[in-house]
Design a protein. Structure first.
Length: 166
């Protein structure tokens, strides 16, 4: 389709063990976040997961995503966690602070826990750009983040199996 960004090939293999996932969604800009959640669910269901294999948790906004992801990761119940939210530039530097802290926090949760935690947060200059990244012409960042979580969970499982054999 003309005007659409090239889509990377999705690897949607279901992890062989521990195939339970969580989606954490920021409620700020909720209508757009809902589209990101729908995209993530589409990826998970396309990979063969059942609705019972995916939990969705809502938090106030993108700034709260890392704390919720950390709480979920520490339960030991999830093979991967997808964080989705929307941060739209306003007239103050608030945009930069929220986006940076969300990204840093999400990365830190993944590194500290070993659970794949993926970044599906849209950072846009305006609302139209955000909609384009939530199922519009630029794709769906929630779906892409779920694809990444599936692939990383599979990698973690394969590497753990190799350590047990080796």
């Amino acid at each position: 389709m003309a005007g659409r960004a090239p889509k990377r090939s999705a690897r949607r293999a279901r992890p062989s063990r521990g195939g339970r996932f969580a989606v954490v969604a920021g409620r700020f800009n909720e209508a757009i976040s809902k589209r990101l959640v729908d995209g993530a669910l589409h990826a998970f269901f396309g990979a063969g997961l059942a609705a019972a294999d995916v939990d969705v948790q809502w938090v106030p906004g993108s700034f709260e995503l890392p704390q919720a992801a950390a709480l979920l990761a520490r339960t030991g119940r999830y093979a991967g966690i997808v964080c989705v939210g929307v941060v739209i530039r306003g007239q103050t530097p608030h945009f930069e602070h929220v986006a940076r802290e969300a990204a840093t926090g999400i990365r830190e949760v993944a590194l500290a826990t070993g659970v794949p935690v993926t970044f599906g947060v849209i950072t846009a200059l305006n609302e139209d750009q955000a909609w384009q990244r939530a199922g519009g012409q630029v794709g769906n960042r929630g779906e892409e983040a779920a694809d990444a979580a599936l692939e990383m969970a599979d990698l973690v499982t394969r590497l753990a199996a190799g350590r047990r054999r080796g």
